[in-house]
Ligand binder design. Sequence first.
Ligand SMILES: Cc1cc2nc3c(=O)[nH]c(=O)nc-3n(C[C@H](O)[C@H](O)[C@H](O)COP(=O)(O)OP(=O)(O)OC[C@H]3O[C@@H](n4cnc5c(N)ncnc54)[C@H](O)[C@@H]3O)c2cc1C
Length: 482
Amino acid sequence: MSEVEYDVIVLGGGPAGENAAAYAIAGSDRTAALVERELFGGECSYWACIPSKALLRPGAVLGLGKAMPGVSVSGPQVADVLARRDQFVHNRDDSSQVDWAKSAKIEPIRGAGRLVGERLVEVATDDGVRVLRARHAVVLATGTTAVIPDIPGVREALPWTSRDATNLTVVPRRVAIIGGGVVACETATWLAELGAAEVTMLVRGDRLLPRAERFASDMVLAGLRDTGAVTVRLHTEPQLVSRRDPEDTGVGRIHGGPVTLVLDDGELEVDELIVATGRAPATEHLGLDAVGLPPGYVEVDDQLTARDVPGAWLYAVGDVNHRAALTHMGKYQARVCGDVIAARAEGRPLDGSRFTASADHQQVPQVVYTSPEHASIGLTEHDARAAGYAVDTVELDVAVAGSALSRDDFTGHAKLVVDTTENRLLGATFVGPDMGEQLHAATIAVVGRVPLDTLWHAVPAFPAVSEFWLRLLEAWRERSAT
Ligand SMILES: Cc1cc2nc3c(=O)[nH]c(=O)nc-3n(C[C@H](O)[C@H](O)[C@H](O)COP(=O)(O)OP(=O)(O)OC[C@H]3O[C@@H](n4cnc5c(N)ncnc54)[C@H](O)[C@@H]3O)c2cc1C
């Protein structure tokens, strides 16, 4: 079998893979192949971020309209919401992504890739196996897949995963969701908004969003319960699941007859079951053993270079390296990785901060698009204390002219975690309507290690919601004075 040589080969055409390929060859005559076994654009574009946010935004807009006297709103019209979602996922047609790759001088290759040796990759395409050799680098960007929990009967019941939930074609009337993390909370939010009558969340732990600040978990829980459609059952794990006539009817369609879940205190019958119990790395058939790596996530250093693989030719970016499973963080890693590959290919030293993925460490921003939204950056108080920082906090309800003007029912809460040794922010959490849009100021403060004394001079505009920053800093000043 003849080999085709590229400077860079990327396995996985999601957001991380696309960016790694583009940055690795930018402004050069280097060649790159981008190998994708399903759809170029990856999980994010068709199954995760984009469709989920397309489903969530109408509910948020409706909530705003209802809280604004003088404005009349109705809906959501489910068919229109689903049609707009389909538009955003291009009806799962990836030709625009393929065109983008070609325009960026990246060769898209459709097929499943795997490592077969040092710098050597095999791709199983519809036309047979192709062998590719990399002159400089192979980048693994294969992401993750949904985990089906090990509960008797679940697998046989053909439950929905996040792919079905984001690409739903009908709104089930009665739904059970196993899980209490981000995907579970967002899914419950849009199902309730789209008219599901009974959404029961079965949560193993004592709260939703277990890594969030406690107040944030509580506010998201209250928001879900306030819908009237969502029941959150904490400390609950089904023991057994059974389904009448399970049938693989396709993505986002009801997969058979009613599902019965056996719980500690009785049975629950629903029309569909959704599992949102985490992700597993898509490395099962990736040939990690061929380069001496163990199965599972691919561990990397801050240059995104795979640990324990000599020669600095193998990289991993995005969800598959388990550093921060978010699209924006995968793309950030990809930018760093691409720059590193380019510098090494050109024999340049890795001088400068852009060659180190420092934001992966305690500086990760995230927005959970529940109602209310949960926005966070950096460390929670719990994690900051556990990491050994000298910590103090300041928190308050978001209640400024801008928030009151923005909607009549505005309820929000904000908390800053402060490193008292350096007088700078280690983390921030904001919960409330559209608080995700407030996050980037906190991200800049955390990443820029901006002293709180300097933030005092970053004056928020009046009457913007962001004036809550001033209230936080005033509260901090008062606190520091005592
Ligand atoms: C429901 C849901 C909602 C989410 N919402 C958000 C959000 O709002 N914001 C956010 O930042 N993150 C969100 N995420 C997380 C986000 O989707 C991921 O962090 C992101 O997709 C990771 O990008 P990636 O490029 O690493 O992997 P992916 O997007 O998973 O892409 C990997 C690609 O590799 C391909 N592949 C796998 N194996 C092979 C192989 N052997 N050969 C060739 N190709 C292969 C896959 O087909 C896939 O297309 C959400 C996740 C879920 C499940």
